[in-house]
Design a protein around this ligand. Sequence first.
Ligand code: ATP
Ligand code: MG
Length: 355
Amino acid sequence: MSELQLNDVRKSYGNFEVIKGVDLDIKTGEFVVFVGPSGCGKSTLLRMIAGLEEITSGDLTIDGERMNDVDPSKRGIAMVFQSYALYPHMTVRENMGFALRFAGVPKAEIESRVGEAANILELGPLLDRKPKQLSGGQRQRVAIGRAIVRHPKIFLFDEPLSNLDAELRVHMRIEIARLHKKLATTIIYVTHDQVEAMTLADKIVVMRGGVVEQVGSPLDLYDDPANLFVAGFIGSPKMNFLKGIVEAGGTHVRLPDLGNAIIPVRVKDATPGSAVTIGIRPEHFGETGSASLDLTIDMLEHLGGETFAYARHGDGELIIIETKNGRGLKSGDSIAARFDPAAALVFDADGRRLR
Ligand SMILES: Nc1ncnc2c1ncn2[C@@H]1O[C@H](COP(=O)(O)OP(=O)(O)OP(=O)(O)O)[C@@H](O)[C@H]1O
Ligand SMILES: [Mg+2]
């Protein structure tokens, strides 16, 4: 049974519709990540699930029960925000127990739940400290602890790691993955971070402009995006997009910006002469494959284990190539960037995937 369901959920501020009909099924124990550009409605949707924003129309159900008008505290949900806003004058123990005290939970029960959360988050030795005596990562763990003590059915996280430095983010990301394993609770998590989304999610929900563009497992979205937007959004560095014109017969595509190179990419049901976009991931370029682009290297990023080469044809757009054998490359080098046409994705003029 799916635990949380959104059915044509919409949100308007005055005449401005920001969530434009979202349908979503989230199963018990699933780790679901919302991604999408700034302003697309991720936080709004999360806050509607939490009950912090009213739902303009549509239904939110949890375990089959309609939740639209249920008080936030009665939904079995706990939310962790980006700004963890701990009470500075309270100890870690008091911060974690605060919501329970407020709800009138007996003292012994609070003690036991705080102890359990501190155990899970390895905060035991820090329980009597004040927030200012903690590192950023420890504070974020206290914020998560505050949610855990409530024994929610569903955790909501809104960019919980974006205030932390790079190293701490990686550390906390792993902690959150472990936490999910340990608690086996449903988690809905908003992030801007590609790696967080790809590594944490069972299911990624890609949003744009208040609409869900695609839902799927991280690798499904990566390998099999439904449209140009998802293809460009999932993956870092981004997928390369080349403008193409379908040749007669539909078995080849001409690339006007690449010296009219003709590549053997098959386009089903396309009218010859119609415009398409060819998508190729940086790692799909190499020294083999029946399609080839003549490029000049503009700039190189040597990361040690791999190299990102930024190359172009003439003064055309930069194409990113990822290679393990890039140490010998120099800017100004001419290269034949080859790829297997089967790895190329094709999109029509409206950005829809042509399969
Ligand atoms: N109280 C409000 N009144 C009017 N418009 C609002 C209000 N809150 C949010 N919006 C608008 O709703 C849209 C979605 O905002 P939301 O905060 O959900 O985006 P987001 O995807 O979380 O973005 P970010 O990645 O920047 O956090 C934005 O266009 C925003 O300006
Ligand atoms: Mg947001």
